[in-house]
Design a protein around this ligand. Structure first.
Ligand code: SAH
Ligand code: F3S
Length: 483
């Protein structure tokens, strides 16, 4: 580790060594809420702080520093974090020297106000300011307030090698873009994570190589809007139009990045999330079809089945355009799995709009879905200009109807795999039985099967004998040729 290097390099006397060893014992306890990007950001933070002698711990009671990476996407997410802060308060009463920092979207949204509202907090750091953490920690030690919520034009943490937290040792996240320029009217992300920037493909490939060297078998390329990835030498996506002719001619888009990753690492499974229908180019689908190691799974949030509501949400496509995209995807990759995000009860949603959402679900029959009632977020265009006018009981009833239908479709899709033989990447022991492995198919469906002599990280062809609503149950046939 870098901190050990410090001991070797500056080995000038016993006192220094003792100091450093003491420093190495600093304990960092981290929790992440919200999206996969937050999880990956926490891994970046753990890496930055490991250089400062912090080791991570899973025991909050022994922590010198507690960092919580927060989510603002819905009001409920913020309430969960406020509750968590109460728990930290209880621990701090026993361990008064423990410092507490908030990172991520809530930190960015609430800024200094967060320090005033929650007395337990010592440190507030937004998503683009993690490199400043070492300085900010010194500020707290000197008894000063420590807040950095400056959003960046070019920060991608491309050179930071994440410390994998809670990892199964098999799959890992690799960030490829930060921020979002889409401005969906309901969404707080463009305000908390700033403008869209893409990461240098060379640093992406280097990170995947490092994961491969550590025996990882699957990566998920992460971004708020991966289809919008565009590398032209750095900086904000919006500045591409002013880039030099050379930069424009040599720019790399998402389908090219996918192709580069899949070609360079043919033995690794490649996933990506999240796709936005308005930015998804057909080249991406063709690239998926071309490489067997790019998983046949797309998370393609739609948010509503009503063109009127999509327009109010500033999603740049109609219901019909989305359906055409789905048809094309199924035509090019017939055995692909598709999942959705839905927002139920957005401003102005009528019963007819709700029926449109139900009929879109019926049309696509998604493999999975993530469905939530609309939660107004302060400062967003919807909060400023529209009325959150669907009563809570109506939102809840519509949500229940949508969840019931999605469950039927999930079961339908899972059932269709019974009798087939599918490649599974073994991730670990099944939660319910130590005699079974669990792992996922290319389509991202969970499979459990008897362990035999297979081990974690193996690709195994499994014959599917049965299923529950979300899990396939099978027996191993043989090693896949992809090992
Ligand atoms: N970048 C992704 C989504 C990021 S937010 C995309 O292109 O869609 C993840 C999901 O949270 C969204 O897809 C949306 O379904 C949900 N969400 C975002 N803002 C919300 C709000 N104000 N209320 C309820 N759900 C919301
Ligand atoms: Fe949010 Fe829309 Fe971007 S949902 S993250 S503004 S694509």
């Amino acid at each position: 580790m870098a901190s050990e290097n410090v001991i070797v390099e500056k080995n000038q006397g016993q006192a220094l060594i003792t100091d450093k060893i003491k420093e190495n014992q600093k304990k960092l306890y981290m929790e992440s809420y919200g999206c996969q990007m937050n999880l990956n950001d926490s891994e970046i933070v753990a890496s930055i702080l490991s250089e400062q002698g912090y080791n991570t711990t899973t025991l909050i009671e022994e922590a010198d520093l507690v960092l919580v990476n927060t989510c603002s996407i819905r009001e409920k997410a913020e309430m969960t974090i406020r509750k968590r802060l109460e728990k930290y308060n209880a621990v701090k009463r026993i361990n008064p020297t423990m410092k507490v920092g908030v990172l991520g979207c809530m930190a960015e949204r609430l800024k200094e106000k967060f320090l005033e509202e929650e007395k337990i907090i010592d440190l507030v750091v937004g998503p683009d300011a993690y490199r400043d953490l070492p300085n900010l920690l010194q500020e707290i030690d000197a008894g000063r307030e420590a807040v950095n919520v400056i959003l960046s034009k070019d920060e991608t943490y491309g050179d930071v090698s994440p410390v994998r937290l809670n990892s199964n040792g098999v799959s890992a996240f690799v960030s490829i873009t930060r921020g979002c320029d889409n401005m969906c009217t309901f969404c707080v992300v463009p305000f908390t994570r700033g403008r869209e920037r893409s990461r240098d493909p060379q640093s992406i490939l280097a990170e995947i190589q490092d994961l491969k060297d550590k025996n990882y078998k699957e990566i998920t390329l992460l971004g708020q809007n991966v289809d919008s990835f565009l590398w032209f030498g750095g900086g904000m996506k919006k500045d591409f139009k002013n880039a030099s002719e050379i930069a424009k001619a040599t720019a790399i888009d998402f389908s090219q990045l996918l192709d580069m990753c899949a070609t360079a690492f043919p033995k690794m499974r490649i996933r990506f999330s999240t796709s936005n229908p308005q930015d998804m180019e057909l080249d991406v689908i063709y690239t998926m079809a071309k490489h067997q190691n790019i998983c046949n799974y797309i998370h393609l949030p739609v948010q509503s089945g009503s063109t009127k509501i999509l327009k109010a949400m500033n999603r740049q496509h109609t219901r019909e355009e989305y359906m055409t995209l789905i048809d094309t995807i199924f035509k090019i990759i017939p055995d692909i799995a598709v999942s959705q995000d839905m927002i139920i009860g957005f401003c102005g949603e009528t019963e007819e709009d709700h029926q449109d959402t139900l009929s879109l679900l019926e049309y696509v029959k998604y493999d999975y879905g993530y469905m939530f009632t609309y939660s107004e977020r302060p400062g967003t265009p919807a909060a400023k200009k529209m009325k959150d006018d669907v009563p809570l009981d109506v939102k809840k009833r519509r949500l229940a109807e949508i969840i019931t239908l999605q469950r039927e479709h999930s079961h339908f899709r899972t059932n269709a795999f019974v009798g087939k033989t599918l490649e599974v990447l073994v991730e670990g022991s099944s939660k319910k039985s130590d005699l079974h492995w669990k792992g996922r198919t290319s389509q991202n469906t969970m499979v459990v099967f008897p362990k035999e002599n297979y081990k974690v990280g193996d690709f195994v062809n499994v014959k599917i004998d049965d299923c529950t609503s979300a899990t396939l149950i099978g027996t191993a046939v043989e090693y896949s040729k992809n090992n």
